[in-house]
Design a protein around this ligand. Structure first.
Ligand SMILES: [Zn+2]
Ligand SMILES: [Zn+2]
Length: 135
């Protein structure tokens, strides 16, 4: 199964050769705002394992005060990428799993930043919960 993703308007398309590291549902306020949703789910990949197939010119990024960078499609607004200082040191990047049209079997194993979870969302699964970043 190839990991192929795209934004809502399909101008941006990409392929990821390999994911790495654990996957968490992030309930931080910035992810909530960025996704327009209760939480985000990003998977990490090496930058060299992310291959742009089309539309890279439409990628627009927002750098927050805490030095995190989030990228989205300038045409349709789809949330696509997350990058922290840690990612830049490691040569990795995080990609929104919701943007994938086909994907190998991957599973989130935890909820992170649950201290800022939206009041209107109830976590009803048994995954591990971390108040802030996973330890
Ligand atoms: Zn788009
Ligand atoms: Zn977050």
């Amino acid at each position: 199964m190839k990991n192929m993703g795209s934004c809502l308007c399909k101008k941006i398309t990409f392929e990821v050769f390999k994911f790495q590291g654990p996957i968490g549902h992030c309930h931080c306020k910035m992810c909530q705002k960025f996704h327009g949703a209760a939480f985000s789910t990003f998977a990490e990949t090496k930058v060299s394992d992310l291959h742009w197939l089309s539309g890279q010119v439409f990628l627009k990024s927002y750098r927050a005060e805490n030095e995190t960078v989030r990228a989205f499609c300038a045409c349709c607004g789809s949330s696509l990428l997350f990058e922290s200082k840690h990612n830049r040191v490691e040569g990795t990047i995080e990609i929104a799993l919701a943007a994938f049209d086909s994907i190998e079997p991957v599973h989130a194993d935890a909820h992170i930043y649950t201290e800022s979870k939206a009041d209107w969302y109830k976590i009803s699964d048994t995954l591990t919960q971390f108040g802030q970043y996973r330890r």
